[in-house]
Design a protein around this ligand. Sequence first.
Ligand SMILES: Nc1ncnc2c1ncn2[C@@H]1O[C@H](COP(=O)(O)OP(=O)(O)OP(=O)(O)O)[C@@H](O)[C@H]1O
Length: 242
Amino acid sequence: MTTAVQAPAGRVEQDGPVVVEATGLVAGYAGTPAVHGIDLSVRAGEILALLGANGAGKTTTLLSLAGELAPISGSVAVLGDARRRRLHQRARAGLGFLTEERCVFMQLTGWQNLKIGQGRPERALDYFPELEPHLSKRVGLLSGGQQQMLALGRILAAEPRVLLADELSLGLAPLVVERLLAAVRRAADDGVAVVLVEQHVRQALAVADHVHVLRRGRIVLSGPAADLRDDAERIAATYLSE
Ligand SMILES: Nc1ncnc2c1ncn2[C@@H]1O[C@H](COP(=O)(O)OP(=O)(O)OP(=O)(O)O)[C@@H](O)[C@H]1O
């Protein structure tokens, strides 16, 4: 059962168009569902955080939104297109996908990595100016945080309309995570619709507009992030400790 958290009176509602939507989404592997009846919608300018323990179904949901995994039943619509689309088609329409694996080419330099992207490298540096002194180095020599900034910067430089980000903070230092999430927030403030999969409850609640908590493939808690911020520890203990 979903516990709905009521928005307090006077909350300013987001009014951008819905650009990511899943309705009754059932998805999984070899015909076996890993998520069961997920309903979500994200507006332009909004960050939806998906929280949950390992195996809760966050990545499965994200892969379905990206077009990497076809729904078993239910539907996904991205940027107004409700047809079954593959990732490359959704990417062409304006979807950026930061996967769990660090999306950089280790043998190439930072600069070459940025040049491979669809956007201007300068725009990535606008998000992460601290990368500039390191761009001539091979990416394999950079820190994990720098690699992730490069990966996210390259995606944001392409000016996506939708950003899906899977555990971008995994294994990174708190200050780096703060930088990455601030860039995601800035992109959302510029109109990008974001779905952010996270295990760091406090950081996710700080940056998101809306939160769904998943457990065993179902949304079990849902609400505006602002209303859940004081509950970060309880949410982590209750839903992320499996
Ligand atoms: N390629 C796969 N083949 C079969 N089952 C899978 C596959 N990937 C994930 N699963 C299963 O699907 C369920 C949901 O996994 P999913 O990766 O979506 O969870 P998650 O919330 O993203 O967790 P994590 O934080 O560990 O990535 C789990 O039971 C997992 O074992």
